[in-house]
Design a binder for this molecule. Structure first.
Ligand SMILES: [Zn+2]
Ligand SMILES: [Zn+2]
Length: 228
């Protein structure tokens, strides 16, 4: 159903801006609203942390994460923060389409080679059943439409983790230890993991470790937005 809806909206090519209703040349955002988005322009290449200088952040210089690179085109700030929240808790799928397309646009400007496979971070089956969808899988649809190989079934969440809001980094890391299983087909491949938001990176780090143990050649961590 979501796919039918998105192909319909593509067919009807919007001619006004999603945010300010100004007329556009068929795109969803006018140039000034697009420029005003919280782009994560200067960030640590290993953890995507927004910062004022190029190169590794102080934390990655001391403790490099288990993924080779991290990339998030946005900072977690308005209006992206509200869009992700609405996608996650109110099933606002049009936000997934817009954010996914902006993600893909920005991805095309990267110099790094595209990965062999993109794996959205899985939800535990209980949470998936309650919510009815996985927001990371919804965001990955735009990547698949752009020709990337997306394999949502290649990772499974074995353990339920408590809602991570308000838990500190050490507690988060303990919660996610051995939380995942991955398909052995990751062996030898360059993998990108996709999450909606990267906060401490503990979830992405644990899934990256699981992929490396399964023989993945390289693992990148991708998120739509990076929390500061
Ligand atoms: Zn606008
Ligand atoms: Zn870093």
């Amino acid at each position: 159903m979501v796919d039918i809806f998105s192909s319909l909206t593509e067919l009807l090519a919007p001619s006004s801006c999603t945010f300010c209703a100004a007329r556009t040349d068929g795109t969803e955002l006018c140039a000034s609203c697009r420029d005003a988005l919280p782009w994560n322009t200067v960030a640590c290449p290993r953890c995507a942390l927004p910062q004022a200088h190029d190169g590794l952040c102080a934390h990655c210089a001391q403790h490099p994460p288990p993924f080779a690179a991290a990339w998030a085109p946005f900072r977690l700030a308005p209006p992206v923060r509200q869009q992700i929240h609405a996608l996650k808790y109110q099933a606002t799928f049009r936000h997934a389409q817009l954010l996914g397309r902006l993600f893909v646009d920005r991805l095309r400007t990267r110099e790094a080679p595209v990965p062999d496979v993109v794996i959205p971070v899985p939800l535990h089956p209980t949470r998936l059943w309650r919510r009815g969808y996985n927001q990371s899988v919804e965001l990955a649809r735009a990547l698949r439409r752009d020709g990337l190989r997306v394999e949502p079934r290649w990772a499974q969440r074995l353990r339920r983790t408590a809602d991570q809001i308000g838990t500190d980094a050490v507690a988060r890391r303990r919660q996610v230890a051995k939380a995942f299983a991955v398909d052995p087909r990751v062996a030898g491949l360059r993998v990108a993991l996709l999450d909606d938001v990267m906060t401490t990176g503990a979830t992405l780090a644990e899934l990256a470790r699981t992929c490396r143990r399964a023989g993945a050649a390289e693992v990148e961590a991708w998120a739509i937005a990076r929390a500061p």
